[in-house]
Write a protein that binds this ligand. Structure first.
Ligand code: RB5
Length: 144
């Protein structure tokens, strides 16, 4: 299951991505926001990351105005690897579990292509596993 969330800055792009997911019969849970009223992106990041940490969802898409704040917030959660730059290699090499967008940065066409790349790519493991394990070890050692 996929979780998707946005603040007000990402709301319109989220609506486009949800339409794309529905057209492709990809199920998702939307943790908000549900209109363009102002909300705080860390609250949305927490709601989405809770779904991944609990195991209810495996991957997430988070959107704010720039993609920066919501990815920073998501990356504070233990076990979350969020990226707002790459879609395919972040899965292949970094086992990212959250893809972030800036609703004021990227258009819906590119965003939906990136969503497809993200959802279709599989973590390659091997030497990359060792490095992802070291990310997890940083989480342990720095008390996240
Ligand atoms: C909200 O206006 C904006 O600051 C937020 O969406 C995001 O861009 C933060 O990184």
């Amino acid at each position: 299951m996929l979780v998707i969330g946005s603040d007000h800055g990402g709301f319109l792009l989220k609506q486009e991505i949800k339409k794309h997911l529905e057209e492709n019969k990809i199920e998702y849970i939307d943790v908000g926001c549900y209109d363009e009223s102002s909300v705080d992106y860390p609250d949305i990041a927490k709601a989405a990351c809770d779904k991944i940490v609990s195991g209810e969802c495996q991957l997430g898409i988070l959107i704010c105005g720039t993609g920066i704040g919501i990815s920073m917030a998501a990356n504070k959660v233990k076990g979350i690897r969020a990226d707002c730059f790459s879609a395919k290699y972040t899965r292949l090499h970094n086992d990212a579990n959250v893809l972030c967008f800036g609703g004021r940065v990227v258009g819906p066409g590119l965003a939906c292509m990136m969503v497809d790349e993200f959802l279709n790519a599989q973590f390659e493991g091997g030497r990359h596993q060792r490095r992802v394990d070291k990310i997890s070890s940083l989480e342990e050692n720095f008390g996240k």
